[in-house]
Write a protein that binds this ligand. Structure first.
Ligand code: M6R
Length: 620
């Protein structure tokens, strides 16, 4: 995904937009760009991020340029899709005359046809991006209709297929900014009378305004001469829905912590407290999930459940499906969003007795959007477990529950994962209370959920030890993670964290499967991290530990508090609180988060912006 941001009003626009670009760095950080409309034309500064430089380097490049006090600027964060990261592929992109400049988030699917059309009409295309074609297309439409920029833009956007949000400016219209939305998120606000900001997310805007508007697919906002006109792609006047932007400036900083990832790991006790606040009780009704209750009768009639997500959210989906099977005794299955189209997952399902929980931190993941479309087309209800309020996926679903963990800026998902697991536990309690759980079982289940936020402190007390462990493993290029039962999902999540922030090939394996092949990796001192919790699978895990110790492995055990026998068996232990296994996944995941964080830092990487990644993956 990419980030776009713009300001037009009576203030100097470039510093405001530059700050917005920095705030949206989580959306993409392989290139940055700024374009400002000035009396002398549009001035553009855009660069690929050098490997050894951060945002300050770009700020310094921008500061070298005289933008002639421009009051109208647009900015961009790029995560490359069409064309490698390079200065020329960075945005803003321009037309042949350099009068039209635009920034784009999304992908244009009819890119090839458009390129052939534009080349045949003599346009000179400089970059490899699909975005540049849009600028040329507007130029072409403008020539065809006597220079009217407004109808040129409307004609051009109607020819685009795919997902896109755009912010367009024109050198001959010093106060013009045009925001266009289809598929990729876009909000705008009048930040003070006659001054406007547009952005991919509210984050650049909340410093200036709380009341904004959430531009929907097929909507355009023409801002000129201090007025905003809201139109449809059919050039009809419309009214765009107002929204209140949530979040605080504080949430956008990592003060007191060297990285967002560490801040977000440490926020978990507090944020998970918010996830369950006012929702879980140790007395009747035990659980109240306002976002799900309107569909509760439908939900209770279902006997088949899917949990769908990507990456970390898929790992959470696995846990949701297992909780439903184990506690509700229903058919439940986790599916990766990108695989929904590959298999006939709904084969044999009765649509009115089936529900799909769709899980996403960002609410933007394209694979999940496509999965939802496919599932809904078959008449199956989708319910969201989403963090970003009002996001595309939240709006595509009929109902659902929000994670309430605030903005997650670090690319590696941490607090969102643990909140997803806790939300799934709440959904289990909600259905269990109505289906099969006794009053005493509900009380126990609720008490266990309520205990989770507070008990994470035990992990943070061991942070120094985890850091020391990371230091001792800093030169490892590979390691193995073992777990059974629920903890298979925990080690998949742990391995993903280590891969994405520390670039270590972490091999996650079901402990019981290890002897069928992966054991070949074991040699003296080879590090193996085993989730060795005190649960029904403990005996089998002990057996697996002995098998690898017999071959010289260095075993790091994630062991339950009080399980001294296990702590003695392993070569090094990290202690997690004594919780039932479905919830013990949460503190065990936090151990992996800290270990991956320290490994990444010790290996000298920027853990908040891992190589080749972006916070939300908006390409399918
Ligand atoms: O925003 P989503 O939860 O839909 O994102 C899904 C994955 O892209 C995401 O979890 C990704 O795997 C994270 N970078 C993992 O830390």
């Amino acid at each position: 995904m990419c980030g776009i941001v713009g300001y037009v009003g009576d203030e100097y626009a470039v510093p405001i937009v530059l700050e917005g670009v920095e705030k949206q760095e989580y959306r993409g950080y392989d290139s940055w760009g700024i374009g400002a409309n000035t009396e002398g034309g549009i001035i553009i500064v855009k660069h690929k991020k050098p490997d050894d430089q951060e945002f300050d380097w770009f700020v310094e490049r921008v500061m070298r340029v005289d933008f002639c006090s421009s009051r109208n600027a647009i900015g961009h964060n790029r995560w490359a899709t069409n064309g490698e990261p390079s200065d020329i592929n960075a945005h803003p992109q321009t037309d042949c005359t350099r009068k039209i400049a635009l920034v784009h988030n999304g992908t244009i699917e009819n890119y090839r046809e458009l390129k052939d059309f534009l080349l045949a009409r003599g346009h000179i295309i400089k970059s490899e991006t699909d975005s540049e074609l849009i600028a040329h297309l507007i130029e072409d439409m403008q020539k065809q209709n006597g220079g009217n920029i407004r109808s040129a833009i409307i004609k051009a956007v109607n020819q685009l297929q795919g997902a896109f949000s755009l912010l367009i400016m024109h050198a001959d219209h010093p106060t013009l900014q045009v925001a266009v939305k289809k598929g990729s998120p876009l909000v705008y606000a009048e930040v003070k009378p006659s001054c406007f900001m547009v952005a991919s997310s509210p984050l650049p805007i909340i410093k200036y305004a709380r009341n904004g508007k959430d531009i929907e697919d097929g909507q355009i906002v023409f801002i000129e001469n201090g007025k905003a006109e809201e139109l449809s792609f059919a050039d009809e006047k419309i009214k765009i829905n107002p929204i209140i932007f949530e979040g605080t400036e504080e949430e956008l900083k990592h003060e007191g912590f060297p990285h967002f990832m560490l801040k977000e790991i440490y926020e978990q006790p507090c944020k998970l407290g918010e996830t369950i606040a006012g929702r879980v009780f140790t007395h009747e009704p035990f659980i109240r999930l306002g976002g799900v209750e309107p569909v509760l009768p439908q939900l209770l009639a279902c006997d088949q459940f899917f949990f769908i997500g990507s990456g970390t959210s898929y790992r959470a989906a696995m846990l949701g499906a297992w909780m439903f099977k184990n506690y509700l005794n229903v058919r439940a299955q986790a599916v990766q969003a990108s695989e929904v189209g590959s298999h006939n997952i709904l084969a044999g399902c009765q649509p009115d007795k089936t529900v799909a929980f769709v899980i996403s931190q960002s609410g933007e993941t394209r694979d999940l959007q496509l999965a939802i479309e496919e599932i809904q087309a078959k008449g199956v209800m989708c319910l969201g477990i989403v963090n970003v309020v009002g996001s595309k996926i939240a709006r595509m679903t009929k109902a659902g529950t929000y994670l309430r963990v605030g903005p997650e800026i670090g690319v590696a998902s941490t607090k969102a994962f643990t909140a997803m697991v806790l939300s799934e536990a709440m959904l289990t309690l909600l259905l269990g209370r109505h289906k099969n759980m006794t009053r005493d079982e509900c009380i126990t289940f609720a008490n266990q959920i309520l205990a989770v936020p507070g008990c994470l402190e035990l992990i943070f007390q061991q942070a120094d030890e985890i850091q020391t462990l990371a230091k001792s493993m800093v030169d490892q290029s590979a390691l193995m993670l073992l777990g059974r039962g629920y903890h298979y999902a925990t080690i998949l999540e742990g391995a993903l964290k280590m891969t994405e922030v520390a670039y270590i090939a972490a091999v996650p394996e079901l402990a019981g499967e290890m002897k069928h092949g992966p054991i070949a990796l074991i040699k003296p001192k080879f590090p193996v991290i085993v989730v060795a919790a005190k649960d029904g699978l403990r005996g089998a895990v002990i057996q697996n530990i002995m098998e690898i110790q017999a071959r010289g492995a260095f075993v790091i055990g994630i062991c339950t508090n009080g399980d001294e026998e296990m702590q003695k068996l392993v070569d090094k232990s990290i202690i997690i609180p004594d919780l039932p296994s479905h919830l013990a996944t949460i503190p065990a995941a936090v151990v992996f988060q800290l270990l991956a964080y320290y490994l990444g830092v010790e290996r000298g990487y920027n853990v908040d912006k891992p190589r080749n990644l972006a916070k939300a993956v908006t390409v399918g």
